[in-house]
Design a binder for this molecule. Structure first.
Ligand SMILES: NC(=O)C1=CN([C@@H]2O[C@H](COP(=O)(O)OP(=O)(O)OC[C@H]3O[C@@H](n4cnc5c(N)ncnc54)[C@H](OP(=O)(O)O)[C@@H]3O)[C@@H](O)[C@H]2O)C=CC1
Ligand SMILES: O=C(O)C1=N[C@H](C(=O)O)C[C@H](O)C1
Length: 268
């Protein structure tokens, strides 16, 4: 049995103090700064929307790793800028890998760049994701259960469905033979207005989104038969789990190269 506290989260497991650059200094950038400093790392550069010229600064170029949490429309360009200046990237920005994932993989596999990307850096979601895949596999034997997913996030979120919901949906599609693709279900706006539909073909998995208040992130997967429901939920209480995971990923990335992900960090 792995003791995750000891195995993954102890400062002593990582002897090397890193120079970290932050790209994006919003909710996540600030949370990551706190955790990185508490683990003894140094923040050498902070790039936000107003000082993008600093990508070529000596301070930025001295970083072992840049941690990027910005927005769907700018994440790709930020990674390219960091690569151009010889800095490895850990990115948690969502809503851009669908379009740019192949190119990022190519840059890492053929041109020596390094990117660690995950739609969700929390240990809890890594565990939840493993449970999700296992449950989907079991459900191949039980065709009377149909599956759907709902994610709930704060009203500031720019993308829907969430990156985590897409990754979880991909985990179901890989393991549940009767589902071929995920589709957007309903979208519940901050004022409670509902658009879209969860009516879909039998081989489609509907993923619905709710935008409400300041919710850090809830993901629920439901299997339903005429007799009962089986529901699994991950509910983030705050952003500390995402931020700790991003710093752990940066510590891992400093010593590795290529296109990296949560399976490298938590290989269970
Ligand atoms: N993978 C994971 O575990 C998690 C992923 N996320 C994802 O991370 C991203 C950021 O989330 P969050 O921190 O909550 O968002 P915020 O909006 O709080 O922060 C984003 C920051 O990026 C800045 N920014 C915008 N454009 C640029 C740019 N071109 N260059 C540099 N900085 C820029 C914004 O500046 P300004 O405010 O001036 O626009 C803002 O300070 C989202 O995509 C979200 O989905 C979030 C939590 C966990
Ligand atoms: O925007 C957020 O806040 C979050 N985004 C990520 C996602 O899109 O899955 C991760 C987390 O749920 C918080």
């Amino acid at each position: 049995m792995i003791n995750t506290e000891k195995h993954y989260l102890c400062v002593e497991n990582y002897q090397r103090i890193m120079k970290i650059a932050l790209i994006g200094y919003g909710k996540m950038g600030k949370e990551i700064e706190k955790i990185a400093l508490s683990r003894g790392h140094e923040i050498v550069s902070i790039i936000d929307i107003n000082n993008r010229q600093d990508f070529s600064s000596e301070a930025f170029r001295s970083a072992d790793v840049a941690i990027e949490f910005t927005a769907p429309s700018v994440a790709y360009g930020n990674c390219l800028e960091a690569f151009k200046n010889g800095v490895k990237v850990v990115s948690g920005s969502t809503g851009w890998m669908g379009e740019h994932g192949d190119e990022m993989r190519r840059l890492c596999q053929e041109e020596g760049k390094t990117l660690f990307w995950s739609s969700n850096f929390s240990l809890g979601v890594a565990i939840f994701s493993a449970v999700n895949k296992y449950l989907a596999k079991i459900m191949n034997n039980f065709p009377n259960y149909d599956v759907s997913m709902v994610e709930t996030h704060h009203i500031h979120k720019l993308d829907a469905p969430s990156g985590t919901a897409i990754t979880l949906a991909e985990g179901i599609l890989e393991n549940l033979d009767r589902k071929q693709k995920w589709v957007s279900g309903t979208l519940t706006a901050p004022d409670g207005t509902v658009s879209g539909t969860t009516d879909c073909a039998p081989d489609e998995l509907p993923v619905s989104a709710v935008r409400r208040g300041e919710v850090p992130g809830i993901h629920t997967i439901k299997y339903e038969s005429d007799a009962d429901s089986i529901i699994i939920t991950h509910d983030a209480k705050n952003r500390s789990g995402f931020a700790l995971g991003a710093v752990l990923a940066a510590e891992y990335t400093a010593g590795h190269t290529g296109f990296l992900g949560m399976n490298d960090l938590f290989p269970f």
